[in-house]
Write a protein that binds this ligand. Structure first.
Ligand code: ADP
Ligand code: MG
Length: 140
């Protein structure tokens, strides 16, 4: 299968605990390559825009506050079937339901502070990559 791309965020709970390398190692061991990466502090406007599909959910305001509470690392990952491969290594949204060997099982603190984001479709991967990266920042 041809390599595809997905978008990842190492969330503030993970950067706060100095887990950027540990999380990235699990992504790499799952067969994903980091082809773009930068550490940023998301603005409220960015977080609200990025999570716009969740605007009506009861946890939206808390989620925006959490995602802007500290640095995050935004990444473009490349690999065979990258979106699904990344979702598999991330594990379930709620760490209580995440399988052994997944990032969220290993590191997530709660359903909100769950260490990583990953795109849920190829279409959303393209939208999310474009939200944070210019094409020349991505080097495969
Ligand atoms: P995923 O990140 O697994 O794709 P969603 O897209 O459903 O999950 O939710 C986006 C993010 O919103 C989650 O990763 C988590 O940080 C937060 N979130 C989801 N559900 C809840 C909830 N019930 N309570 C608090 N935060 C939540
Ligand atoms: Mg999602």
């Amino acid at each position: 299968m041809a390599a595809t791309r997905t978008f990842s965020i190492i969330k503030p709970d993970a950067t706060r605990r100095n887990l950027t390398g540990a999380v990235t190692k699990m992504l790499e061991e799952a067969g994903l390559r980091v082809v773009a990466s930068k550490r940023i502090r998301m603005t409220r406007e960015q977080a609200e825009g990025f999570y716009g599909v969740h605007r009506e959910r009861p946890f939206f305001n808390d989620l925006v506050a959490f995602m802007t509470s500290g640095p995050v690392v935004v990444q473009v990952l490349e690999g065979d079937n990258a979106v699904q491969r990344n979702r598999d290594v991330m594990g379930a949204t709620n760490p209580a339901q995440a399988a052994e060997g997944t990032i969220r099982k290993a590191y997530a603190e709660s359903i909100e502070a769950n260490s990583v984001h990953g795109s849920d479709s190829d279409e959303n991967a393209r939208i999310e990559i474009d939200f944070f990266f210019r094409e020349e920042e991505i080097v495969g």
